[in-house]
Design a protein around this ligand. Structure first.
Ligand SMILES: [Zn+2]
Ligand SMILES: [Zn+2]
Length: 620
């Protein structure tokens, strides 16, 4: 069921599997989160208002419906309902028609307050158990805090009343062109032990043109869905024996290794050293780092000989053991440890989705230990690494600078210093960056990296964090300065691809599966026209492989046109057809996946040319 849900849900570009900042994610399904209408802009307020109007329509059609929540989300809104039967596409049409009536009637949205007990009675009388539960949670929390229970805030339009803090548009007539998109199952409060509700997704925009553009983008995103491409291109699969963990097939693993190889080459040039640390680590390490207390629910815990261990959710603390294995001098820094560590995070099974929200993944992680006077230079160089790596895919990174959050740990003086140094580096590296006040991690200011994909969706990618607190202080890291005194280094946490799984998912969607030549798992297919050409095809494949190209021979008894069609569907960059004439002359005329026919070339010359092309990390 969870799998179907994920496949039905609209693509949401901005939903990222956060990197290390996920450490401080708020509690999912809390009453506060349930009451957040997600309306942080005028457009969001309109979207959230449309959710009310949709709930009104559903209540008209199903008077016994139980209401969950209905926030605005990226590109639209949803509302969760418990209904006597599964919704059909015909239901959605009826709901849309009723919504249109309500919008034409231009009912004003009116806010009303009730005393807490009246509010609870209001929803209890109307048999709305989920609303009552939210109010009970708020009351329990107020009691625990010793604070007074706030009045119950209601919003009313026409005959429909909802528990809601707002905001809304002034009246239903202000709601723009809309469309209902899909129905998916969603557990109440995201908890697989609670009832499965039906979530109706809708979208609404200010103009018809905006709506049309969005619907096109959505249809295109569906075609490009990496979960679908993963099957079509035979790259990876998921199995319920290990939810949220990809099984990489040979071609997927080839992509993986190719990306890793490119990054290792960049890192070698920049003086990184690769390390590898254990996955199964004693609880006491996670207590020291703070993960056990703050992040424990997201960790997989393992008991052995009555002793608790955790599977590492991040690599950070372990690299300190390697750093501390020797006395470090100011002359030794920077020390750049990179690690492709296999990480596990206990994401709820209901939230897992393809490669973009997983339980197991590998990050191109690094921890760089620098002196304070080296921080700005190092960050500037890291921004250059990011630009270079993203240019391999024709992507232009954008940067955002996130400063100290309210619940930061550590000395405010250190924070001020770290922020000053990060900002100086960003300013020096030129280019624009967005400011995200108070959005740093609890231990470090950071730089977040974003891209826009081919459909204009924004993805948060990698992150660079300047940590003066967590690793240096909690793990007592030092180096000896020029006066023989111990000093604290700064630890930079950085990933460029971020999770390789997620990065590959994004690449597949961005390129609609037609990966750049240098990444394509199979770069050329040799297509013998008849059986008598197979031996020559093997020979040509050998010549190409000797130049490092990844090549297959199609030995099937399919007809040539069929072989070309299959290779095109597999998004193989080059098809090399061999018939009598080509075999005789030892030539081949490449055909590209875009359908372009190139002139015939001798095998050796062709191999040299293709090898030179694949050696360049560029987008074709
Ligand atoms: Zn509302
Ligand atoms: Zn780290």
């Amino acid at each position: 069921m969870a799998k179907d849900v994920a496949q039905e849900a609209p693509a949401q570009g901005a939903v990222a599997q956060e990197a290390e900042e996920e450490f401080e994610a708020p509690e999912r399904g809390s009453a506060d989160e349930l009451l957040d209408a997600g309306a942080h802009s005028d457009l969001d307020a309109m979207r959230h208002s449309a959710a009310h109007v949709m709930a009104e329509a559903v209540m008209d059609l199903f008077p016994d419906a139980k209401l969950g929540i209905g926030p605005a989300i990226a590109d639209g809104f949803y509302y969760d309902f418990q209904l006597p039967r599964a919704l059909t596409p015909a239901d959605l049409e009826k709901i849309e028609a009723r919504m249109a009536e309500s919008i034409r009637a231009d009912h004003p949205f009116v806010r009303r307050e009730l005393a807490p007990d009246e509010g609870r009675a209001f929803f209890a009388e109307r048999d709305q158990p989920f609303k009552v539960e939210i109010l009970d949670d708020l009351a329990a929390r107020a009691k625990a805090d010793g604070s007074p229970m706030p009045p119950t805030s209601l919003y009313e339009h026409g005959s429909f009343v909802d528990l809601c803090k707002g905001p809304h548009v002034a009246s239903t007539g202000r709601i723009g062109p809309f469309k209902l998109l899909a129905v998916a199952g969603a557990y109440w409060r995201g908890d697989e032990k609670r009832p499965m509700l039906q979530r109706i997704y809708g979208t609404v925009w200010e103009t018809q043109e905006d709506l049309d553009r969005y619907l096109w983008r959505r249809a295109e995103a569906k075609k490009r869905d990496h979960r679908r491409l993963g099957i079509q291109l035979d790259l990876f699969s998921f199995h319920d024996v290990s939810p949220g963990s990809a099984f990489w097939h040979p071609k997927g693993q080839t992509i993986w290794r190719t990306l890793e190889g490119a990054m290792l080459e960049l890192q070698a040039r920049r003086g990184y050293q690769e390390v590898s640390t254990p996955i199964l680590v004693d609880k006491k390490l996670w207590q020291q780092s703070g993960h056990w207390d703050l992040y424990g629910d997201n960790m997989f815990r393992v008991l052995s000989e009555d002793h608790a261990f955790g599977l590492k959710p991040m690599n950070c603390p372990e690299s300190t053991f390697i750093y501390r294995s020797k006395v470090r001098s100011y002359r030794d820094l920077p020390i750049r440890y990179s690690e492709y560590g296999r990480l596990h995070r206990n994401e709820r099974s209901g939230t897992l989705s393809g490669l973009t929200r997983v339980r197991q993944f590998i990050q191109d992680d690094a921890h760089i230990y620098v002196r304070p006077d080296q921080l700005a230079d190092e960050i500037e160089a890291l921004l250059g690494e990011v630009r270079e790596a993203y240019s391999w895919f024709g992507l232009k990174p954008r940067f955002a600078y996130a400063t100290k959050p309210d619940k930061a740990i550590g000395d405010p003086v250190l924070w001020e210093r770290a922020e000053g140094l990060v900002k100086a580096a960003l300013d020096r590296a030129g280019g624009d960056y967005k400011l995200k006040p108070k959005d740093g991690t609890f231990y470090a200011p950071k730089i977040d990296i974003y891209i826009d994909d081919a459909l204009g969706r924004e993805w948060q990618m990698a992150t660079i964090q300047a940590d003066l607190v967590m690793l240096p202080e909690r793990f007592d890291l030092t180096y000896i300065d020029e006066h023989g005194q111990p000093q604290r280094p700064i630890a930079i946490h950085r990933a460029i691809y971020g999770s390789l799984e997620r990065f590959i998912g994004i690449l597949l969607e961005h390129f609609a599966g037609a990966l750049p030549l240098w990444v394509a798992p199979i770069q050329a297919v040799v297509i013998p026209i008849a059986d008598r050409h197979v031996q020559a095809a093997d020979e040509l494949a050998g010549v190409l492989r000797s130049r490092g190209l990844r090549v297959e021979v199609d030995r099937s008894d399919n007809r040539m046109q069929n072989k070309i069609r299959l290779a095109t569907e597999q998004k193989v960059p080059y098809m090399l057809v061999l018939g009598d004439r080509e075999v005789e002359a030892r030539t081949a005329a490449p055909r590209t996946r875009a359908g372009e026919q190139q002139p015939a070339e001798g095998w050796e010359a062709l191999a040299d040319r293709l090898a030179a092309e694949t050696g360049k990390r560029t987008v074709d």
